[in-house]
Design a protein around this ligand. Structure first.
Ligand SMILES: *Cc1c(COP(=O)(O)O)cnc(C)c1O
Length: 380
């Protein structure tokens, strides 16, 4: 049986756009152009504009966006295989996979227990002589950027790559490395986006993008994503195929212009949780009056880890479907058993056992959020 309050229902998410999405798909079908073309170009222009960057390159998915950035830095000689890359230990595994897939070494950094983003006050504890890059992840939609991160990256001359899979449209209070722009995607040297269907702006399949102001990086990413060729049948690099599908570009061209409305709807739901969850046994994610420093990709509460799974079952019995982002941190995944055999990350490991994600999609009516909050108060 479908729960009364589903965690996320994508048909509901896309319902406001349905006619336009169908028309856009038909446009591509009728165009006879199924690789590249106008929809992809229009998407790239618009994404660069909203990200306040010179370049945006559509690619196949978010993981590829990260891999392409790292491989492009290797191709242009700014990173070398074996270099260490700082990464928040509690991120989705894709961030780690992009690093290991590129022959680089991930160095997991503990998150701050309240913001759940990389703990910028502890970066010095994790730096090594081989550290050349850092990938801040704007986890759950919250901007992972502050003056500590900026001065640390400058001091150690690090390449800064934002994992912006979860925070499209967010704004940082602290400006980016260029000293002027505040939008996620423009803060570091390059950024990776995912448009996986569940993200704040989701395609109807896989899609991703890279943004940067660096012309050499942009050109190299574009070439790598197209077999390493800079013109037809001329391969300057050993690349792969990771192009953005024009049908997905067309879907995104419908939805991208509504990013601030979508994010505002998420903020309203976060406010409703804050106004209505009152049990002291729940720790709520911090909320500020500026709606854009977090775009609420997830609404993640923490509870007593010894009761977490029981609580989830109790909520589900009352129709509230929840999720865990993420139950097992990357360093404890079987695929990394050899890579991280003897590290201990107590903050990360405790968070993984304490967190519960509540429904927060723009398709969930506010009245449902109020109901869920009441059930949470009565249950936890
Ligand atoms: C979703 C996600 C990715 C990967 O994106 P895909 O499009 O699924 O490949 C990478 N990093 C983070 C933080 C994500 O949430």
């Amino acid at each position: 049986m479908k729960p009364r309050y589903p965690f996320l229902s994508l048909d509901q998410t896309n319902a406001p756009y349905l006619d336009r999405l169908k028309a856009a798909a038909c446009r591509v079908i009728d165009s006879g152009r199924y690789i590249g073309g106008e929809e992809v170009e229009q998407f790239e222009t618009h994404l660069a504009e909203i990200s306040q960057t010179k370049y945006a390159i559509g690619v196949a998915n978010g993981l590829d966006a990260l891999r392409l950035i790292l491989r492009a830095y290797i191709a242009i000689g700014k990173l070398s295989p074996g270099d260490h890359v700082l990464v928040p230990a509690n991120t989705y595994i894709a961030t780690f996979l992009s690093i290991t897939d590129s022959g680089l070494t991930p160095i997991p950094v503990e998150p701050h227990p309240v913001t759940m983003n990389i703990d910028t006050s502890r970066l010095d504890q994790f730096i090594t002589p081989a550290t050349r890059a850092i990938i801040p992840v704007h986890l759950y939609g919250r901007v992972a950027w502050d003056t500590d991160l900026v001065s640390f990256s400058r001091k150690h001359n690090l390449i800064v790559i934002e994992d912006n899979a979860q925070a499209i449209g967010a704004r940082s209070a602290t400006p980016g490395l260029n000293g002027t722009t505040h939008t996620t995607g423009s803060l570091g040297h390059a950024a990776a986006f995912s448009f996986y269907p569940t993200k704040n702006i989701g395609a109807l399949g896989d899609a991703g993008a890279v943004t940067t102001n660096d012309p050499q990086l942009a050109e190299t990413v574009r070439a790598l994503a197209n077999y390493g060729s800079n013109r037809r049948y001329h391969n300057i690099l050993c690349g792969f195929n990771s192009r953005l599908d024009p049908i997905q570009a067309a879907m995104l061209n419908v939805k991208l212009k509504h990013v601030s409305i979508e994010n505002a709807a998420r903020f309203d739901r976060a406010v409703a949780y804050h106004n209505n969850i009152s049990t002291p046994r729940v720790t709520l994610p911090p909320i500020s009056s500026t709606p854009t420093d977090c775009v609420w990709h997830q609404f993640v509460i923490t509870v007593d880890p010894s009761r977490r799974d029981y609580i989830r079952q109790q909520l589900l019995d009352q129709g509230v479907e929840t999720d865990i982002h993420y139950p097992t941190p990357p360093h404890l995944q079987p695929c990394y058993a050899d890579t991280f055999s003897n590290i201990s990350l107590p903050v990360t490991e405790r968070l993984a056992r304490s967190i519960i994600s509540l429904p927060i999609s723009p398709g969930t009516p506010i009245l449902d959020i109020v109901d869920i909050a009441r059930i949470v108060n009565n249950t936890i």
